[in-house]
Design a binder for this molecule. Structure first.
Ligand code: FAD
Length: 449
């Protein structure tokens, strides 16, 4: 798959979404001489990082006809990774000199600072001119060798347009996954998903059970300790005898998963402890969702495995006309968005070629076989992990003739995850990898020279 010498094709490309993935996709596609239209149903760029105090009317988001709120960001959210490793390669996420209240110079800044960074990025590269705001894509389907997109604007007016290619960047933190709890139908308390959590105030003096102990579960449970009477975390990954009082608060406990929920309002954990709870908050993740996509059943989402997709991006039988940016997780996301976008742009222009459909399918099946042999469930298909992510990103970089991802960036991710898991109450303000920060800033300075 070496870069080819054939002439560059300039195509008409639709990008769905103007979040962190769609913005960089638009930039890279235009850099490669494609003409680009970005469809964005919101009224501004930034995607998930556009905080809104509004949540969905159905607190578990189970009603398919509900009004969807895109963002899952809560008011107190600060990034879960250090800022140096979060930015795009040539537009570092560094504190800006502006003295604006929305800015936050800390290493793990608030969601407002990430949104400000994405706005700066869009402004710097004049991306907004490519975006059609307030325009939702409601259908995507093949039309001969091209693609037909039906969109609807904020006045409800529908429009069909033909594109050579469609790049899907619609995000995957909006459609909640909810835990299955024995007895829950009879349990009289309230339930919500973290997608609909914004501030702790409504939980004043309550006993709250938070399911899930990764980034959102850990954050939200600590956010709640300031107002709730007690907070109990139920963690699937913990052994059944687990019962720990967690540091940083005097009303926070860690348990294994819930055994059962009872009619009398009590929750029984697998360690035998029983609490009388008012609310359960499901911090149990999200599912991939492409309600607009019609591929006659070729692409499916099965237990959160989107497929078949070659290297998580191209559906072999529909490539390169259709592609997906940003599906993998446990990785350097902005770096991934950028590299995947460069790859898609170069494949579309003909500068880089893909293997045959059969070879792509073979590779995709090999990934599934490896996943099954390692005992991972399907929903882990797009989980890259610390080692896998570096290999994956460097593989794409190699395809498009880019240098491998900086070592400091990979190490910041790795150390960041360890801190998050081992010092959940302090990881954003205490660290011991100043040498990595120094390396990052040396790199940023070198870029400027
Ligand atoms: P999004 O930001 O979700 O953007 C998708 C866009 O597509 C949206 O603007 C949406 O309106 C639009 N859209 C969707 N459907 C349609 C449609 N049919 N028609 C038109 N437009 C549509 N990552 C980090 O790197 N660091 C962090 O600290 C971090 N913290 C996180 C905290 C939380 C609580 C969550 C949920 C995620 C976090 N992430 C973090 C991951 C985050 O999702 C990514 O960083 C990234 O912002 C996702 O970008 P995206 O463009 O893929 O999706």
């Amino acid at each position: 798959m070496a870069p080819s010498c054939s002439p560059i094709n300039s195509l008409h490309v639709a990008v769905i979404g103007a979040g962190a993935a769609g913005l960089v996709a638009a930039r890279e596609l235009r850099r490669e001489s494609h003409s680009v239209v970005v469809f964005e149903r919101n009224t501004e760029v930034g995607g998930l990082w556009v905080y809104t105090p509004q949540s969905e009317p159905d607190p578990l988001s189970l009603d398919p006809n509900r009004t969807v709120v895109h963002s899952s960001v809560y008011d107190s959210l600060r990034t879960n990774l250090p800022r140096e490793c979060m930015g795009y390669s040539d537009f570092p996420f560094v504190p800006r000199p502006e003295h604006d209240e929305s800015r936050d110079p800390r290493r793990y800044p608030t969601h407002r600072e990430v949104l400000a960074y994405l706005r700066d990025f869009a402004r710097e590269f004049k991306l907004v001119e490519m975006v059609r705001f307030g325009t939702e894509v409601v259908r995507v389907e093949q039309d001969g060798r091209k693609w037909k997109i039906r969109s609807r604007n904020s006045d409800g007016v529908s429009r069909d347009e033909i594109f050579d290619s469609v790049v899907v960047c619609n995000g995957h933190y909006t459609e909640p996954r909810v835990a299955q709890i024995p007895g829950i139908d009879q349990w009289p308390g309230k339930q919500l998903h973290s997608h609909n959590y914004r501030v702790p105030d409504p939980f004043k003096d309550q006993v709250v059970v938070v399911i899930g102990n990764f980034a959102s579960g850990s954050d939200i449970s600590r956010d709640l300790t300031g107002v709730a009477k007690e907070v109990h975390i139920a963690a699937r990954s913990k052994p059944s005898e687990t019962y720990e009082k967690l540091p940083g608060a005097d009303n926070l406990w860690l348990h294994p998963m819930i055994e059962t929920a009872r009619k009398d309002g009590s929750i029984v954990f697998k360690n035998g402890k029983v609490v009388q709870a008012d609310t359960i908050v499901h911090c149990t993740g999200y599912i991939y969702h492409f309600p607009f996509l019609n591929t006659n059943g070729y692409i499916t989402v099965d237990d959160n495995c989107v497929g078949p997709l070659y290297k998580h991006v191209f559906p072999p039988a529909l490539a390169p006309g259709l592609s997906f940016i940003g599906l993998p997780w446990m990785t350097l996301l902005f770096t991934l968005f950028e590299l995947q976008s460069k790859w898609v742009a170069a494949v579309l222009s003909g500068r880089v070629t893909l293997p045959s459909e059969d070879k792509m399918m073979e590779d995709t099946n090999a990934l599934y076989t490896k996943r099954d042999a390692n005992g991972f469930p399907k929903r882990y298909t797009h989980r890259l992990g610390v080692v896998g992510q570096a290999e994956y990103l460097n593989w794409i970089a190699d395809q498009i003739g880019e240098p491998p991802v900086e070592q400091w960036r990979n190490k910041e991710l790795e150390d960041g995850y360890v801190r998050l898991a081992t010092q959940a109450d302090t990881f954003r303000d205490k660290w011991d990898d100043d040498h990595l920060i120094a390396e990052a800033y040396e790199d940023f300075l070198r870029q400027k020279l």
